[in-house]
Design a binder for this molecule. Structure first.
Ligand SMILES: [Ca+2]
Ligand SMILES: [Ca+2]
Length: 177
């Protein structure tokens, strides 16, 4: 827990530095794991800090056939190092926190505490998840701010079944301003 809060503090101070430089790029990616069958989709922002280091923040959907609740959505924060070459191997690590939910518009309860009972689209929380995700891969740059990456990641999750697994996937980064 101490290590996790230390990482969080490092990420927050890093994000403040990155915001000042304002050179962020957007990215989206998808990956799949075969044993167990798992899928992760992410869309986010990547902010160069210095000398090849980047901070990353993304919304992520994570699903696995072995999870108690199959699909979780949440946010991921991470750090990646890639040398500034045309073709660059990279390594990184991120933390993910998410939740799962189900429709709850017919149970007579205000599940989301917004003052409306059983309003259209109301859902109830069914599970929480956290994960630590080391990664490695190779990226090919098209310009200063865009690249295509092939990546492999290992998920260590708080789930009680299928808690650890590998995925492989692709990621595309693009300029946003
Ligand atoms: Ca409600
Ligand atoms: Ca309800």
């Amino acid at each position: 827990m101490y290590r996790l809060s230390l990482v969080t503090m490092m990420l927050i101070s890093g994000f403040e530095t990155a915001r000042a430089e304002d050179r962020s790029t957007g990215f989206f990616g998808g990956e799949i794991g075969r044993d167990p069958l798992a899928i992760a989709l992410s869309v986010g922002l990547m902010m160069p800090v210095e000398d090849g280091w980047s901070l990353r923040a993304a919304g992520q959907l994570l699903a696995s056939e072995r999870f108690t609740e199959t699909v979780f959505t949440g946010f991921e924060f991470g750090l990646r190092y890639a040398p500034p070459t045309l073709v660059a191997p990279f390594v990184g690590v991120s933390v993910f926190g998410g939740c799962s939910s189900e429709p709850a518009a017919d149970d007579g309860i205000d599940n989301d505490w917004d003052g409306w009972v059983d309003e259209f689209g109301e859902t109830r929380l069914t599970g929480l998840i956290a994960a630590m995700i080391p990664e490695a891969g190779v990226q090919v740059r098209f310009s200063e701010s865009s690249f295509l990456a092939l990546k492999a990641r290992q998920f260590f999750t708080t789930e009680t079944s299928g808690e650890s697994f590998w995925t492989a996937g692709v990621e595309f980064s693009f300029k946003i301003h």
